[in-house]
Design a protein around this ligand. Structure first.
Ligand SMILES: [Zn+2]
Length: 567
């Protein structure tokens, strides 16, 4: 399913769910107090849906949610209570698709499950279960989702949601809970088990005290389930996070434990747990949040583990609409300046990036720009690190992990653009988000080196990964760089076009723990711009313009913090 259709389906579903609940109430009746409350909440809901401006603030959502919640809490026996609860769930789910705050999705899930358990015979009970299962899928908890769909089919076989649940059960068949079997039976079953086996080819990790990334590479798409075990102080066993990779095999050479000991994780162990399952066990020293997801091309499982402080501070600072100013990254809250900047010259080695008609390769241009920009930034007192300083291949996993591991304060990925339309020219700057237009998603496809299908998967992951505090800062950095780059380049490149700041799901920006942008400096596919990109003085202009953009952004931060300290 393409990104577009899935989006439309989801919206369509949510909208129909809303009208299902709201429309029959249009006619005024001799209403009880509870019904009047419900009508009032409903009016607020409509006005929220109509106002794009209101939808931008977490608070406006919470106010409507609060109104519906009150109905259920104060008048649980009122006939509107199940409807109110259902709307709370739908609102949290919609809110999550704006806020990207995992807690909002958790609340949606909790609400739907509560509705079904408190009002099992209400007409919305099966709708609530279907929603709960979909949310579990969104959270990557496929096993849980399977059980919820199964519960729906069993409890409401005649309901209008049963056929949809059955369809998902078929698609999620590999996540069906396995009946407990003896070892010999498992082995016998494995021999005749149909379907492909995925081979594990490599495992890598990047780490520091605040952040660890473990990546398991495989020959094909991985199916996984995530579990957590509490530690046992009596036996001295540390808490563990373990991930089962289904239908997978691992060569014994990769099975030895990897010592990490970075303060977050003690070690990672990867091994053949049973003939069908490879288990990745992470022994935890002390960690906060974690994110597990799979990516394609190459197929891999990525586990990001964050430190306790990193997790809690960003979720607090990331709450939009709370507090006076825009949320600042931790370094800024502590009054520290931007110190470390990671420059990421796009592509390299076996990956040339886009190639111009004249044969100029993106990988060479991006490296040249980064090499010019590095000393300029250093002269201003920044510590500058590069993800590569020669013509070598660096995976996208490694680039972000590099920035996180070095506790960078800013991440700037440098690229040149390309388009099938050879007249396309100009400058655009991206920060992480779901692409809002076709051109942006095409650029994302280009830079991620992935298919449309994977992009859809990526955007699902993205919803869970994005940390809102960095988004706000990333957009400000992007604005500043874009503006300076456009004005800087128009001196040499009269017809340069300002494509502005855009959002798209660039894998290289996902999981970055700092404001992160991707700059498309010019179009290598445009004959004139390709010629300019060969000219060292033009590249110098690109670099000095990006420099000015970064400096403006940093100055803006300094002013913002000074301002706060005076009030
Ligand atoms: Zn590129």
């Amino acid at each position: 399913m393409s990104r577009k259709t899935s989006g439309t389906l989801l919206t369509g579903f949510i909208l129909s769910a809303i009208f299902f609940v709201l429309l029959p109430l249009g006619a005024a009746r001799g209403a009880s107090y509870c019904e009047r409350l419900y009508d009032s909440a409903k009016r607020d809901y409509y006005s929220l849906l109509k106002s794009d401006r209101k939808q931008k603030f977490h608070d406006s959502w919470e106010k409507v949610i609060e109104k519906f919640s009150t109905i259920y809490e104060k008048y649980p026996t009122c006939s509107r209570s199940p409807d109110a609860l259902f709307n709370v769930g739908v609102l949290y789910r919609k809110l999550y698709h704006r806020s990207w705050i995992g807690a909002d999705l958790d609340r949606a899930l909790g609400t739907f499950l509560k509705l079904q358990s408190r009002f099992p015979s209400n007409r919305l009970a099966d709708d609530a279960l279907l929603n709960a299962a979909q949310v579990q899928e969104e959270k990557g908890r496929k096993g849980d989702a399977y059980r919820t769909y199964a519960k729906l089919v069993k409890a409401y076989p005649e309901g209008d949601m049963a056929s949809r649940a059955k369809k998902r059960l078929n698609q999620l068949a590999s996540f069906a809970p396995k009946p407990p079997v003896s070892k010999t039976r498992t082995r016998a079953k494995a021999k005749t088990r149909p379907g492909r086996t995925v081979n594990i080819t490599d495992v890598k990790h990047w780490s520091n005290p605040e952040y660890t990334r473990v990546v398991v590479y495989a020959t094909d798409k991985l199916n996984y389930e995530e579990h957590r075990l509490k530690g046992d102080p009596r036996t001295g066993k540390p808490p563990r996070l373990y991930i089962d990779l289904n239908n997978a095999r691992i060569p014994s050479a990769l099975s030895s434990p990897i010592s990490i000991k970075d303060g977050l994780l003690l070690r990672a162990r990867l091994g053949q747990y049973n003939p069908d399952t490879v288990r990745l066990v992470l022994d935890i020293d002390s960690m906060g949040d974690d994110r597990v997801f799979t990516m394609e091309n190459p197929s891999r499982l990525v586990v990001d583990v964050f430190g306790r402080d990193a997790g809690s501070s960003s979720s607090k600072a990331g709450r939009p609409g709370k507090g006076a100013g825009a949320p600042l990254p931790l370094a800024k809250q502590l009054g520290l300046r931007v110190k470390t900047i990671v420059l990421d010259p796009g592509h390299g080695g076996k990956d040339p990036g886009a190639v111009g008609r004249g044969g100029l390769k993106e990988k060479d241009v991006t490296l040249a720009i980064a090499k010019l920009l590095k000393p300029m930034l250093e002269a201003k007192g920044f510590r500058v690190l590069m993800t590569r300083d020669k013509d070598v291949y660096v995976s996208l996993d490694e680039r972000t992990a590099f920035a996180n591991s070095h506790l960078a304060d800013l991440f700037v990925s440098i690229h040149t653009n390309a388009s099938r339309n050879r007249r396309a020219r100009g400058v655009e700057t991206y920060f992480l988000g779901v692409a809002m237009d076709r051109d942006s998603s095409e650029t994302a496809l280009l830079e991620n080196a992935i298919t449309q299908q994977t992009l859809a998967d990526l955007e699902k992951i993205l919803l869970d990964l994005t940390r809102t505090s960095n988004l706000k800062q990333s957009s400000m950095l992007a604005e500043s760089v874009q503006e300076n780059l456009f004005h800087g380049l128009s001196k040499r490149n009269r017809l340069v076009k300002d494509h502005g700041v855009k959002q798209a799901s660039f894998y290289v920006l996902i999981g970055a723990q700092m404001p992160a942008i991707l700059v498309e400096t010019s179009f290598i596919s445009h004959p004139t711009e390709e010629r300019l990109l060969r000219d060292p003085s033009y590249l110098k202009l690109v670099s000095s313009s990006i420099l000015r953009g970064i400096l403006d952004y940093v100055d803006g931060l300094a002013t913002a913090t000074d301002g706060n300290s005076h009030t």
